[in-house]
Design a protein around this ligand. Sequence first.
Ligand code: SAH
Length: 392
Amino acid sequence: MAKLILKRGRDARVKGGHPWIYRSEVAEVAGDWRTGEAVSVLDGEGRFVGRGFYNPRPSLVCRLLTRQDEPVDGAFFRRRIAAALAIRREAGLVSDAFRVVWSEADGLPGLIVDRYASVAVIRCLTLGMTRCRPWIVEALRGPEGLADYHYGHDEVTAGRLEGFEPLRGWIDAAGPPEIEIREGPCRFVVSIEGGQKTGFYLDQRENRALVAGLAHGRRFLDVFCYSAAFACQGLAAGAARAVGIESSPEAVAFARRNLALNGLEDRAELREGNAFDLLRGMERTGERFDLVVLDPPPFTRTKAALEAAARGYKEINLRALRLLSPGGIVATFSCSHHVSPAQFEEICRAAAADARVTVRVLASLTQCRDHPILLNVPETRYLKGLLLEAIS
Ligand code: SAH
């Protein structure tokens, strides 16, 4: 097997438990290597560190899959996927709809698997991982019988970066284009073939339950509502009414169906449009809410655009705080990788100062535990949230 040898003095991160290797850290790739195939990684002193797929095209040329001297084969994927399932089962997270595999955090960098009832959606982010898809499907099919159908939904940007044709389609037998899942007391229609992400925002599952617990009797505003998952959970838990704001007409159509599916449409209203404009308009007309969720898309995907993103976050938080009744609660989130929890808190503090509202932090929030966080790999924590209560 070909060997990737790290530069002396540039191997501390990898040895410290982080799986990423950048081109600038590589001294040499020796032997007969092929793009996307596994290589043995050696440190600056020539000691074995682990194995990963090597791809010279992106600057992130290799992500370690294992630190053992073991082949990356079908049995390897069976072991890794079984381990991922085991920790979720132990944590009580296995259900109708959950994240089965979360890339680095499950020792399978470049692979995401989500389960939606009888469908597993498989997302490959590296060229090497796309070649392992048959093993992945076989492991998912395994004794657990996790899903009947397997849908490939690769990211276009990852394909461009890594040099592979992103798959978007059924891997073996064609399954249902839409599927109904259960989350707590609610049912949701998930679009497998046409949805955002892999179909549903599974990362907010625990936060939706938390917010629902606060919703009884309150006027609820669900900003950036997608398919109305927060709104449905809030209404099911007894919210007096809910307003959902969403700019995508396709998402609004799903939101409408989900509200109806749960018999909640009488207490709900959906407003299609740009949240920034709609929130400003609502402030003018004097509408007020007792509970607000702000779950925007990543306002930046690059470090360079951080300042503009921070302005965007501040503005929506400021507007949400102004729409809040005294004693009202905001659950505010950022899923931008480049915004740190400390920066996010600073943005919310600035918004509270401008809104002249004193807020108490009821909780710090993050992604659902089926998207585990590795302390050694800070990139595995991307969702940040604050549950804030206006006290004056
Ligand atoms: N809260 C949702 C997930 C939200 S994802 C859930 O729990 O399922 C962010 C959503 O914001 C996406 O549906 C996207 O279409 C929408 N969006 C993006 N920009 C927007 C804007 N300027 N105004 C309103 N909605 C927007």
